[in-house]
Design a protein around this ligand. Structure first.
Ligand code: 8YV
Length: 333
């Protein structure tokens, strides 16, 4: 007698990702994908997630107690992002659902972009380009779009995880910057020495940095890490760069500080309520605005998608995810 083939796990890929990664996933599990990249409503997402054991999410889909209750077959959600503020991790752990993220593979690409954004803000790259394209360039001037230097200045990094350390390395070893940082916990001395960074209080950092870069995860505690009071501590010549998450900066307070010249410039890849951008920021000439693309090099986005797919397939077929966030779920049930 032949036994019926065991049914394969079913997964939902919530947004368009690389077709080759879908193909790779389909070798191990049954896949429902979203190839047209439709933005499903929450109700539609839940409806499609029902009966699935795995979800591949991209950072924008909220996985919380309500979704988990409506999708009792779910065993894993794999985020194609290092940040996972879209996951209610305690609710997932309570429901026995594994959460995974995509750390490591995007560190250098994202650190590169943080530097690019900081340099573009300091050296007024996009502001001067808009002016040139508008046909306003008719002569050289001694102070035409004169900005601030990067090399030899003080770089202040708030958040010293992998990406923060990548930015510190670039500042220390690439640009001869003096690097100071603030973090929930201080790095071991050998790690500080490797990246050439000195631990200081948040207040000291804001007061002495020429360039402040934010790389903290978004949590209730990090909400509005930079608001009006913090901006008031910064030098009027300083720049602020946010490649972490919207909500870490109070965008209205920042727009006010930029328009009043209380800081020199900002570089923002993330926004409160994105993809909407506050009109007060759009009205500022001294801010470089990019649409959440810090990790967007082709090789890195592919590596992020592959890691999310490997987490899903690994866990659902062998019980072995690569980068679990709540490993206490493993071995249960
Ligand atoms: C992602 C990010 O592009 O990894 C992160 O946390 O912010 C970005 O790299 C975004 O979250 C969509 O997945």
């Amino acid at each position: 007698m032949t036994s019926a083939p065991a049914s394969r796990p079913r997964v939902l890929v919530t947004r368009a990702i690389f077709p080759e990664v879908i193909d790779q996933l389909a070798e191990h599990v049954d896949v429902e994908a979203n190839p047209d990249d439709q933005l499903w409503s929450r109700d539609e997402l839940i409806r499609r997630a029902q009966g699935k054991q795995g979800l591949l999410t991209t950072g924008g889909e909220r996985v919380d107690a309500a979704l988990l209750a409506a999708c009792p077959d779910l065993r894993i959600c794999a985020n194609m992002a290092v940040g996972y503020n879209n996951f209610d991790v305690p609710a997932m752990t309570a429901a026995g659902v594994l959460a995974t993220n995509a750390p490591g593979v995007l560190t250098d690409t994202t650190a590169d972009f943080g530097f690019a954004l900081m340099m573009a803000a300091a050296r007024r790259v996009t502001e001067s380009e808009h002016w040139l394209r508008a046909g306003q360039w008719d002569r050289w001037r001694y102070d035409l779009f004169a900005g601030s230097d990067i090399h030899g200045t003080t770089l202040g990094i708030i958040g010293m995880g992998r990406i923060g350390q990548g930015i510190a390395r670039r500042g220390t070893h690439g640009f001869g910057m003096q690097v100071i940082y603030h973090n929930r916990s201080r790095l071991p001395a050998e790690d500080e020495a490797a990246v050439g960074a000195t631990y200081v209080s948040k207040q000291a950092l804001l007061q002495s940095a020429d360039h402040v870069v934010l790389v903290v995860p978004y949590t209730p505690e990090s909400h509005h890490t930079i608001g009006a009071a913090e901006l008031a501590l910064m030098k009027p010549t300083a720049t602020l760069t946010n490649i972490a998450r919207g909500g870490i900066v109070d965008d209205v307070a920042l727009a006010r500080a930029l328009s009043e010249g209380r800081i020199a410039a900002a570089g923002l890849d993330v926004f409160e309520g994105e993809p909407k951008v506050h009109p007060d920021l759009l009205a500022c000439r001294n801010v470089v605005l990019t649409p959440h693309i810090a990790s967007a090099s082709v090789p890195t986005r592919l590596a992020m998608a592959r890691l999310a797919a490997d987490n899903l397939a690994g866990f659902l077929t062998t019980g072995q995810p690569l980068t679990p966030i709540n490993p206490e779920v493993l071995g249960k049930g």
